[in-house]
Write a protein that binds this ligand. Structure first.
Ligand code: SF4
Ligand code: SF4
Length: 434
């Protein structure tokens, strides 16, 4: 295994002697060791079309790119915690030995005082006891893709033959739990499950026993290229209003019984905004550009959602990733999130929490015709407006050194005929004290 720059099948560039001044102190690179290749054929997947970017390729990360990714990530990080992140396609297609080499190399290369965090996102269908033992031994955080109970999950998450996959995913989930692996459910919200928020949420909380959940809206452009082009979306995409109703319905259940025991990434991110803290998700930050995607061959792209030729920054076998992240091109990519915000967003009451969300979804026009409004705007506006009252209460509790979960008692025990403390204007008995 190549451990040093300049040694091995192909050398890769060393860390520059002077850190580029425009390099962020921390950034995040999601590596795709098998490129977009997957054993499933989820109908909404935006990666599958990326095969066309590398015609004839085997899509397997060679060991010299693996070594460069890990070494450069460790060298570039200024914080004591370093995250090595794997995604796909389906990264488990690389086999257990690839990841054994990856963790061994990371352990060998880490600097004194650095702590490694390994993460992997998977569809879970290929997991075995051998896999789970490795994931547990190295404290991987495993993101498992599940779209709800079987009937909803299986609408779009199918295998190459078009067959349902829920049973295999469930098997993978059970294996992970049996081994005590840290897990996180990644649930896309799409046209099939958008109207069943509580069925989806409760299936995770009650059937799977999940404690960490992420909801990801499917906004799939309807075009031939698979790139972020055009303003039409497929009929699998979530409806903007339904997205807002989905989040709000889950929030209303969570806020009276699950605060502090179930962690929904979107709600944690919102609470950070109400506390005036830096955004914990790039989509809600004022600027972005610090979450990049690494293809199997070392090509580094501006973002996982922009793996397309116009956003190829370079290759880490030729240029150290810290220089690519610091490049004027990548800084401009990140600043554009703020600089292209339409006036409608600038004047929006919930901009502090939303910031126009992700640029990939900004392809509609504002009511007065300005381009660049987020397709999901109506949903976010409704959701952030609706949660304002409870968020204020939780933020106030935390500022006073109390606990956010005290909110549940405040809402549930409110005098039934008085206005609900959430600020909805409804009597408590018709709102959160039902
Ligand atoms: S383009 Fe979207 S997903 Fe990518 S870094 Fe920016 S906000 Fe995050
Ligand atoms: S809710 Fe809509 S108007 Fe407000 S910041 Fe978000 S996208 Fe812009």
């Amino acid at each position: 295994m190549t451990l040093s720059p300049g040694v091995g099948p192909r050398p890769s560039p060393p860390m520059p002697a002077d850190r580029p001044p425009t390099a962020p102190a921390s950034f995040h690179v999601l590596a795709k060791p098998s490129g977009p290749i997957c054993n499933l054929d989820c109908t909404y997947c935006f990666f599958l079309s990326k095969e066309a970017l590398y015609p004839g390729d085997r899509f397997r990360m060679p060991d010299d790119v693996l070594a460069a990714y890990i070494r450069q990530t460790i060298e570039a990080e200024t914080a004591p915690e370093v995250t090595i992140a794997w995604q796909g396609g389906e990264p488990t297609l690389m086999g257990v030995d690839f990841f054994r080499r990856a963790v061994a190399l990371a352990e060998e290369l880490k600097h004194p005082g650095q702590q490694l965090h390994h993460t992997i996102q998977t569809n879970g269908t290929l997991l075995t006891d051998e896999w789970c033992a490795l994931l547990k031994r190295h404290d991987f955080l495993v993101g498992l893709s599940v779209d709800g109970p079987a009937a909803l999950h299986d609408v779009y998450r199918v295998d190459k033959r078009g067959d349902a996959t829920f049973a295999k995913v469930r098997r993978g989930w059970d294996l992970l739990q049996a081994h005590g692996v840290d897990t996180n459910i990644l649930c896309t919200v799409n046209a099939a499950n958008q109207h069943a928020p509580l069925d989806v949420y409760r299936s995770f909380r009650d059937d799977l026993g999940a404690r960490h959940i992420q909801f990801i809206p499917i906004v799939e452009r309807d075009n031939e290229t698979g790139f972020q082009e055009g303003d039409a979306v497929t009929n699998r995409s979530v409806d903007p209003e339904a997205w807002g109703r989905f989040l709000t319905a889950v929030f209303d259940e969570w806020v009276v019984r699950d605060v502090g025991t179930v962690f929904v990434q979107m709600f944690d991110a919102a609470l950070a905004s109400w506390l005036g803290l830096p955004a914990s998700m790039c989509i809600f930050a004022e600027t972005c550009g610090n979450a990049l995607a690494l293809e199997h061959n070392g090509d580094l792209y501006s973002c996982d959602h922009f793996v397309e030729p116009d956003h190829l920054l370079g290759n880490i076998m030729q240029t150290h990733m810290v220089e690519l992240v610091a490049s004027p091109r990548q800084r401009a990519f990140g600043d554009a999130k703020r600089d292209t915000l339409p006036r409608y967003c600038i004047e929006c009451d919930v901009r502090f929490a939303c910031n126009g969300e992700c640029p990939k979804n900004r392809f509609t026009v504002t009511p007065d015709g300005e381009p660049g409004l987020n397709y999901l705007c109506a949903g976010y506006k409704a959701f952030f407006t609706q949660v304002d009252g409870p968020m204020r209460i939780m933020a106030d509790l935390l500022r006073r050194g109390r606990y956010a979960d005290e909110l549940m008692g405040i809402l549930r025990n409110a005098p039934r005929n008085e206005p609900c403390p959430c600020g909805s204007g409804r009597k408590a008995k018709h709102c959160h004290a039902r």
